[in-house]
Design a protein around this ligand. Structure first.
Ligand code: SF4
Length: 157
């Protein structure tokens, strides 16, 4: 009986866990080796309610790394095989981006996370927009698209 209570409490705690883009909590994971700290995300981390992850690092890319863009449409098109992720000098990063998105999804499912707070504009993490030729384009990054397709709420920051 006591064990059940403890188990339920534990489940309540992990349901609160949110996935957060690692660069938003101050980790220097961005392509240029910098972070993009958002105090609200740091507070979530400090209070034990966030798991910081960087899909591009989890996909096997180094930091710093070359800037990359989705060739057409957005992350949904990458997942369906209709677009590629290409680095600034023409290297195909598609496999890395998909692998990174899958790793983030794996963690989200393992901890039962129902929400992700992700960095806007990124070809992985963008929620409302990504960038193409340096301009904002409406659409999602690859990780945001995959999480959303699996019922996880995604919020841009
Ligand atoms: S992939 Fe996402 S978490 Fe990683 S640096 Fe880019 S925006 Fe931040």
């Amino acid at each position: 009986m006591r064990l059940d209570k403890f188990k339920n409490l534990f489940l309540c705690i992990i349901i609160w866990m949110k996935i957060v883009s690692a660069c938003l909590v101050g980790l220097k994971t961005r392509y240029d080796g910098c972070s993009q700290t958002e105090e609200s995300c740091v507070e979530l981390l400090v209070s034990g309610k966030a798991i910081p992850l960087c899909p591009e690092q989890l996909g096997g890319l180094p930091t710093p790394r070359k800037r990359a863009e989705i060739s057409d449409s957005d992350g949904n098109a990458v997942l369906s095989g209709d677009a590629l992720v290409i680095s600034e000098d023409g290297e195909d990063y598609t496999e890395h981006f998909i692998r990174g998105a899958e790793e983030v999804l794996k963690i989200a499912l393992l901890v039962g996370s129902e929400e992700a707070i992700l960095k806007e504009g990124s070809p992985s993490c963008g929620v409302g927009y990504i960038k193409r030729n340096g301009k904002k384009v409406k659409g999602m990054g690859v990780t945001a698209a995959l999480l959303k397709s699996r019922g996880i709420k995604v919020r841009g920051q």
